[in-house]
Design a binder for this molecule. Structure first.
Ligand SMILES: Nc1ncnc2c1ncn2[C@@H]1O[C@H](COP(=O)(O)OP(=O)(O)OP(=O)(O)O)[C@@H](O)[C@H]1O
Ligand SMILES: [Mg+2]
Length: 306
């Protein structure tokens, strides 16, 4: 089966500045693909090109088998796009907002579909509440309801859970997994590591370029990063001392532990050697976390750009 998203060499420039730079991205049907990268790396811009809201300056591709440039109108009808900022009407109620969206799409069974969406996302009890008075978690739930109302085959979710509490985020993700299990394809941008870990695959971009793509295990493996963890009193002192040493690309305390990482295993071991004896710290080599890998990728991209 052809990928649901299949774009090659996408380029977007704003005022002479290239913000998406030859990006290639593929997402297979029924997959949840996490789209990650630092602020300003081009995630939103890419999503907007994929759903026909922005025309790429170069590159080509298909979304749901439709050409992202030629068939932009048709794509919009089949894609659910949840914008990074809440974009429904604050002065309409939940139900009125959904009804408005249903009219925009000229849905044939409007009332029924709105009712289903209210039930599906547990919004019925609040259906008359004005959107502007909802808390962040409820707003996101309403926004999700609005973008699945027309039964799209692909969801493009742009930081859908930013600022939402852990329980509400978990519920949101349970819903996303339920949709994917029913065949929906999802591209979702996020800055949360726990959410990245709930994706089937991830794509990591910086400066508009794809730096890593694959399952979490593949991305961690290919980074070539080696990480040591220290535990015990004195981790803060060790962290300060190790900062900037040859072989230590990054070091960060996490409460009573620290992570020190680098790609040169021997140099890293030499750097931490003085801290392994008589310092009250216990060291072990661990699998790098996804966060370790992302910070490493970001630092590499910065070096390349400089
Ligand atoms: N319409 C526009 N005009 C000019 N510059 C823009 C426009 N849209 C985005 N940019 C710039 O393009 C770059 C990429 O922005 P984009 O919003 O795609 O990043 P992002 O990865 O979504 O970031 P974030 O994680 O902060 O949401 C940024 O430097 C941004 O300022
Ligand atoms: Mg963005």
């Amino acid at each position: 089966m052809a990928p649901v998203i299949d774009a090659r060499g996408l380029v977007k420039r704003f005022g002479g500045r290239t913000v998406v730079d030859g990006l290639t991205i593929r997402v297979e049907q029924g997959q949840i693909c996490g789209f990650l990268g630092p602020n300003g790396s081009g995630k939103t811009t890419t999503i907007r090109m994929l759903c026909g809201l922005l025309t790429p300056d170069a590159g080509s591709g298909t979304c749901l088998g439709l050409d992202i440039v030629r068939d932009a109108r048709a794509i919009k009808r089949q894609v659910g796009y949840m914008t990074q900022r809440f974009s429904l009407y604050e002065d309409l109620s939940i139900e009125e907002n959904l009804d408005f969206v249903a009219r925009l799409y000229a849905l044939p069974r409007r009332r029924e579909q709105v009712a289903q969406a209210l039930d599906r996302l547990g919004l019925r009890g609040r259906k008359d509440q004005l959107a502007g008075t909802l808390s962040g978690g409820w707003k996101q739930r309403l926004a999700l309801a609005a973008c699945i109302l027309h039964e799209p085959k692909l969801l493009l979710l742009d930081e859908p859970t930013a600022g939402v509490d852990p329980k509400a985020r978990r519920e949101f993700w349970d819903e996303i997994h339920g949709l994917a299990a029913a065949g929906m394809t999802v591209l979702v941008s996020t800055h949360y590591m726990d959410e990245a870990e709930r994706c089937h695959r991830i794509a990591y971009i910086a400066y508009g370029r794809l730096l890593a793509e694959g399952t979490i295990a593949e991305v961690v493996e290919r980074s070539g990063l080696v990480t040591w963890k220290a535990e015990g009193r004195g981790v803060d002192e060790a962290a300060r001392a190790l900062q900037g040493r040859p072989g230590v690309e990054m070091v960060a305390p996490f409460g009573a532990t620290l992570h020190a990482s680098g790609t040169d295993a021997a140099a890293l071991e030499a750097a931490i050697a003085p801290w392994r004896e008589g310092r009250g710290l216990s060291w072990e080599r661990i699998e790098p976390t996804l966060e370790d890998v992302f910070i490493h990728l970001m630092a590499e991209a910065r070096n390349d750009a400089a």
